[in-house]
Design a protein around this ligand. Sequence first.
Ligand code: C2E
Ligand code: MG
Ligand code: MG
Ligand code: MG
Length: 282
Amino acid sequence: EAKLQGRNTWQFYSGDIRSQICDHIALRREILEAIEGEQFVVYYQPLVDARTGKVRSIEALVRWDHPQRGMVPPNDFIPLAEQTGQIIGIDRWVLRQACLDTVDINASRPASLRIGVAVNISPVHFRRAGFFLEVQRVLEETGLEPYLLELEVTEGVLMSGADKAIEQLKALRHLGVLVTIDDFGTGFSSLSYLRKLPINKVKLDRSFIQSIDHNRDNAAIVQGVITMAHHLGLQVVAEGVETVAEQEYLIKRGCDLLQGFHFSRPVPLAEFMALPAILTAE
Ligand code: C2E
Ligand code: MG
Ligand code: MG
Ligand code: MG
């Protein structure tokens, strides 16, 4: 069970290997109960149009509302859920909930102000042959229009089995769904592979956005990615925008969409609905 000792060992408990293995078995069972008992909740964080300052879409971010431990962040259970395959059940539930919520959000908005939703999909899930059929069914069942759904996958999806991933991307494009490469720049892939991919956006990892207004290395990387992505017809999203200086810098450099605590933290649906009008109005 070398896997259990690996870097992805989860973070609630600590202790020797034997108790870690017991902890994993316990967590695995708890995740199963959580899926069945609907203990997961989806929070939403807005993505703001850099030109107009208005919300264009939201990212769905899962939390585990644990009966004893309170609100557990995704980094504490997703790594193990990926090892056990349980991530597939979690992702499915989040995808469906996010589509339902987005239909509700748009119910009172005119067509020109529709808001899209971005859902994170684990590589484990994305690589499965029938994944696009699952997406097609969720769209049919929830009534969300395909162009309002965006799937976020990391570069990792292309690292092993790139051919399969590209087939999946083509099938999704055929459905009319959008795809974003998340955490862009943290993988080891070259920029040129983007040319071959049927995707819509790249989302620059937060580590490049930090202090961009006075960190020359970050500034150079971000400028390079924006220029290249625009040449390829892709939009660029910056995640982790925390200050007005970072915001202004990114706007000046032609970044298309901005996301970060500066605009809003991820919040429950009801709180998103109640965000200041300046963010969501026409
Ligand atoms: P991600 O997709 O890159 O999401 C962005 C993360 O950065 C979120 O953390 C968000 O809360 C955080 N963030 C946003 N703006 C700022 C900021 O201005 N400053 C800082 N310091 N952080 C910011 P969160 O919600 O804890 O999610 C962590 C990761 O867990 C996500 O990273 C994503 O990889 C994964 N995840 C979340 N929900 C799901 C899901 O439903 N399915 C899968 N497979 N993965 C998910
Ligand atoms: Mg994401
Ligand atoms: Mg990200
Ligand atoms: Mg990130």
